[in-house]
Every structure is written in C-alpha cells, then in structure tokens.
Design a protein around this ligand. Structure first.
Ligand SMILES: [Fe+2]
Ligand SMILES: [Fe+2]
Length: 306
C-alpha cells in the first residue's frame, strides 16, 4: 500500500499509566514534561490518549489516537498540557476497550463541529474480561450515541489512510506463533460470549522521511511483534524508527515477555517507548534488555521525528 512519507511527526502523550519526573529525556527526540511549569497537575491513569501531529511539507494533520479511560483524565491533562481539542482533524479509536474510548462521547459533545472518527466496526461488540478476581464488564461502545454526538464514522476492516497521511492497519495479520490472544478476553455477539481474538484492534503506522516506520500499538492485543511485522509488510519498509504504546505483556507471563524481547531484537527499532498496559514486570525486562533504545512512556512526554 502506498503510504506517504512525512517530513515531521510530533506525538504528545496526553494520558498513560505512568508519570516519573526522574525519567531521562533525549533532547530533540524524547522530551519530558517539566511538571513544575504546568498550570495544573497532570494525572496518570489506566488508559491511553496520544495527540499525533503530522507534517508533509506545508500540510499538517492532527490526530487524537484514543481518548483515555474517562473525560476526567483526558480533559484535565489536555488543559494542563495546553492542548486544544478544537484543532483536531480526526480521532482514531484503536480497539473496543473502554480505557481507550472512555473520553470519546464527551470529547465529541464539547467540539462545536462534526468530527471524523476512524475505527474498526467490531469495536461495537460488547467486551468483557474473565479474571482471577471474577468477571469485569461488559462494556459497549454504542454506535448510535457516537453518531448523535456528532461523529462522522469511518469504519475500516482492512488497511486505510487517515487524511492521506497515516496508515491504520485494519485487522492485524498474525505471523508470530507466541503472540496469541489472552484466554480471559471475551466479546459478545448476538447474546453469545465468545473468545476475543481482537480483529478490531489496529496499529497506527507513520512513515518518516529518513527514519523509517513509527508503529503505535495501543494495547497490542494482537501482539506488538505481529503489529510491526504487518506494518512492514503493508508499507514495504523494513527500517523501524520507533515502536510505541502499550504492549500488554505482563499478563501473558514471562515466556511471552522473553519471546517478545527476542522478536523486538530482530526488528531492532531505534526507539522502544512502552507504557500503558505493558505491565511493570515487562517494562523492567524491556529496560534491562534494551539499555540504549528503551524508554518508559510517561504522561506529558513529547516525541519528535523527522
Ligand atoms: Fe485493550
Ligand atoms: Fe488498554
């Protein structure tokens, strides 16, 4: 698929699970927020929201990837970081879990104009989790409510472009044997619970001039290595500048963590920037395995490419 080359990409981490003032910056590439200079505190929460600004010569597009777990955190952090929702050109919802669409309805309601929302149509199936501490959910992202709140829905199952600049992969083609959907994740279709194989989750992929691919997996339920491999296949680009997002590894156990580290070593990204649902245990293993390329994702961090 022809994916345009971007001249510059900025990614603002609006909501993520972590904040740590001692995490290092890499000037010009990874810039941490200085909390003491913000007009109000930012919050970390179990959710994800990224503001992605794309530039192709003199054209610019701003995409909000996911809307955190609640309006409370999303709007607090946008305000604290001095970012305005009015200037968004599109919203992309990575998959149908509420820690990614929790602020969506309120965001649509606060905007004074219709907003394009990109998502896979399987996001609308109710989802639930079977955990050692019992059933959690179901949660449902309701299509009718999105339309009523002003969403102009752009539903894709296969690869698509957002505003001609960013690739969203559609359902991820699995190629790696160790990345299998977790047994406790369920979805409900026509009243019947079934195992969730996360066909609704898509990666967002950017092609940056001179640097290669930036691959963002929000929860990466299909597997972060599968997502990067699929991004390489779709774009025909091997070089990976960065792998970003929640990798959902601790919940899969040490074997999955070790296999994923081996898979990422083969891909050899210049930057591995993980947070959200990766899990502390997996983050510690990634940090030890990639002392040069790994950094933890924290609220307020700005990533710069190109
Ligand atoms: Fe998820
Ligand atoms: Fe998540």
């Amino acid at each position: 698929m022809e994916v345009p080359e971007l001249t510059a990409v900025n990614i603002d981490i609006i909501v993520d699970n972590f904040i740590d003032v001692f995490e290092i910056s890499r000037p010009g590439q990874v810039e941490r927020v200085i909390l003491g200079r913000l007009k109000k505190p930012v919050m970390a929460a179990h959710g994800l929201s990224l503001l992605i600004t794309l530039r192709q010569d003199d054209q610019e597009t701003r995409i909000l990837m996911d809307t955190a777990n609640s309006p409370l955190v999303l709007f607090n952090n946008l305000e604290a970081l001095g970012l305005a929702v009015d200037e968004l050109d599109a919203i992309f919802i990575s998959h149908g879990h509420p820690d990614h669409y929790g602020g969506l309805l309120e965001l649509l309601a606060r905007r004074q104009k219709p907003t394009t929302v990109y998502l896979h149509p399987d996001c609308y199936y109710p989802k639930l989790l079977i955990t050692p501490r019992g059933r959690i959910g179901p949660w449902t992202l309701e299509r009718d409510k999105l339309v009523a709140a002003g969403a102009e829905l752009h539903e894709n199952t296969g690869p698509a472009l957002i505003n001609g600049m960013a690739l969203i992969t559609g359902s991820v083609e699995p190629t790696v044997p160790y990345e299998t959907p977790l047994p406790g994740a369920k979805r409900v279709i026509a009243g019947k619970e079934e195992h969730d194989n996360f066909v609704d989750e898509q990666a967002l992929v950017l092609k940056v001039a001179g640097q290669g691919l930036v691959v963002i997996g929000a929860c990466s339920h299909p597997g972060i290595v599968n997502m990067v491999r699929y991004a390489q296949k779709l774009t025909g680009v091997e070089r990976v500048a960065a792998v970003i997002g929640g990798f959902h590894l601790t919940a899969g156990g040490d074997e999955l963590i070790n296999n994923t580290i081996a898979g990422l070593k083969e891909i050899n990204p210049a930057l591995i920037f993980a947070g959200h649902c990766t899990g502390f245990r997996a983050l510690a293993a990634l940090s030890a395995s990639f002392p040069e390329s790994f950094l933890v994702s924290c609220v307020g961090t700005k990533l710069l490419f190109g």
